[in-house]
Design a protein around this ligand. Structure first.
Ligand code: HEM
Length: 491
């Protein structure tokens, strides 16, 4: 990624001279002359084409994405500023009011937008945009299976699988690297719950392809053989092909099965619903939707678990209090029984700890929208077609809302907790993460099992957390040394 980024910087800088004179200058000139009656937000577009992308990328890679924004909001004394990122004119909206504006105007003033290169990887074969009717239908059907009444049924499965994972993958090691291990586990669990896939060789094949997609999703978008971007496009194609095969198998199973209720994975249950409605749609649409879904689900959740383990290592008192809470729950429950929704709801302190990790190291950095009309916001105009960026960590690291923001303090979430629109790790409004409660439950179950079995220390005490491939994770994958509890926690 570093090499790719460096290549990107060199490539961009050399390209600038010619492009500026022949393309950019006439475009910006005509833009300014045509739109000189509107008051644009303060800010700079930076270098031609690359704009301020380099500064943006470097502040994220150094672990401080909020600095790119805070420097500008301070310089311009404004909670909105203009910039140019990844070749697009952009308005960055900050603070609780910026978040509220984006979340409350979904599909009225703004709509979701993802960079063209990402679209090319994720949607290559479908020839339709993000909002296709079929894809919207599939999304809403899948979202039904992330509601609390369904999540309740996943919890014992998650508990059982976590216990097995810790036994098999952690038990025999003294040292291990948390992030890759956790990612493999969450991916396998997601495939089991959402697709019904459990065969290790099928899982390994899919996981390898997903790794390629992830490595190329945010890279120099040059589609020539051998580049990360080209590999990602090919891998996504392979995954779609595999997912289509799975959809066909599940359809066959449904047509032969008398009892649709026996199908327990999300895909089979979704297919059963659409069949009952007489609405079997194309396999490629389902495969594309499922691809995005699996990607969104396992990457961010495994980053959250990794960052939680990181912060528990740095804060032994917090670890002890989490352990105490989890032991009490296990005692109340009886150790043989699998966890339930009622048990995870009792994990109040652990939930606050998880929230503090989501505040200080939110897995996702920020998301884009597109202006559907000329928008007036705090006396400035965001022209139709401009992109809008809202950032997760800007409010999270603002001392106005979270005093001493670099200090790890789960008590911030006690009582009424943070002010509205200041704590947004899962976004907000109609596009708020549909998997947020699923992710939280999964992490609580994981941590219950982990702290009761082990304590651990970081092998790289000063390892930094930084954004790589759009996700906040420790730079070296979090190598740790683990120590099983001698007096196995309360049974
Ligand atoms: C810690 C874990 C997670 C974090 C931090 C996270 C974060 C987010 C955020 C911030 C958004 C909003 C994007 C926007 O405003 O445009 C989002 C959307 C989404 N997330 Fe998550 N997510 C997590 C886990 C999951 C899981 C487990 C699933 C699925 C089971 C999931 C599925 C999705 C989907 C499908 C969307 C797109 C929603 C739409 O297009 O309307 N996420 N996520």
């Amino acid at each position: 990624m570093l090499e790719e980024m460096d290549l990107f910087l060199y490539f961009s800088i050399f390209a600038i001279g010619g492009i500026y004179v022949f393309v950019y200058f006439p475009i910006t000139f005509s833009y300014k002359t045509n739109r000189n009656n509107v008051k644009l937000p303060p800010g700079k577009f930076g270098w031609p084409i690359i704009g301020e992308t380099i500064d943006f990328v470097l502040s994220s890679r150094n672990g401080y994405p909020e600095r790119f924004i805070a420097n500008r909001t301070n310089n311009y004394s404004s909670e909105i500023f203009k910039t140019s990122l990844i070749g697009e004119k952009m308005a960055v909206l900050c603070g609780p009011s910026g978040n509220k504006f984006v979340f409350s105007n979904e599909n009225r003033l703004v709509k979701s937008w993802i960079p063209h290169s990402v679209q090319k990887v994720l949607l290559e074969e479908t020839n339709s945009d993000l909002g296709s009717e079929e894809r919207t239908m599939w999304r809403s059907i899948f979202f039904e299976f992330l509601k609390p009444e369904v999540i309740k049924t996943y919890i014992p499965v998650i508990d059982y699988s976590t216990k097995q994972h810790l036994e098999d993958e952690w038990g025999s090691n003294q040292t291990l690297k948390v992030h890759p291990l956790t990612k493999r586990f969450i991916f396998a669990l997601s495939c089991k719950l959402f697709l019904g896939i459990e065969d290790p060789s099928d899982l390994a094949k899919l996981a390898d392809q997903f790794a390629l997609v992830n490595a190329g999703l945010i890279s120099l978008p040059v589609d020539i053989p051998g580049t990360a971007f080209s590999n990602a496009i090919k891998a996504a194609k392979v995954i779609r092909g595999e997912l289509q095969k799975i959809v066909r198998q599940q359809k066959l199973y449904l047509s032969e099965s008398e009892d649709l209720e026996t199908s327990c994975n999300m895909l089979a249950r979704s297919l059963a619903i659409t069949e009952n409605l007489g609405k079997f749609t194309s396999e490629s649409e389902i495969a594309s939707t499922m691809l995005g879904f699996l990607l969104a689900s396992h990457e961010a959740t495994s980053a959250l678990i990794t960052n939680l383990i990181y912060h528990l290592a740095d804060n032994p008192q917090v670890y002890s209090q989490v352990l105490r809470e989890q032991n009490e729950i296990a005692k109340l429950k009886g150790a043989e029984k699998l966890l339930s929704w009622e048990d995870t709801n009792r994990m109040k302190y652990s939930r606050n700890v998880m929230n503090e990790v989501l505040r200080i190291a939110p897995p996702s950095q920020g998301f884009f929208r597109e202006a559907l009309h000329d928008i007036t916001y705090t006396n400035f105009t965001i022209p139709k077609g401009w992109k809008i960026y809202w950032s997760v960590s800007t409010t999270h690291k603002d001392p106005k809302y979270f005093p001493k923001p670099e200090y790890f303090d789960p008590t911030r979430f006690e009582g009424d907790g943070p002010l509205p629109y200041t704590f947004t790790p899962f976004g907000g409004g109609p596009r708020m993460c549909p998997g947020n409660e699923f992710a939280r439950q999964l992490v609580l179950v994981f941590i219950h099992n982990l702290v009761r079995k082990y304590s651990w220390e970081k092998l790289l005490p000063n390892e930094k957390i930084r954004f790589d491939q759009g996700l906040a994770v420790p730079v070296s994958g979090l190598p740790i040394k683990i120590q099983p509890h001698r007096d196995q926690a309360v049974e």
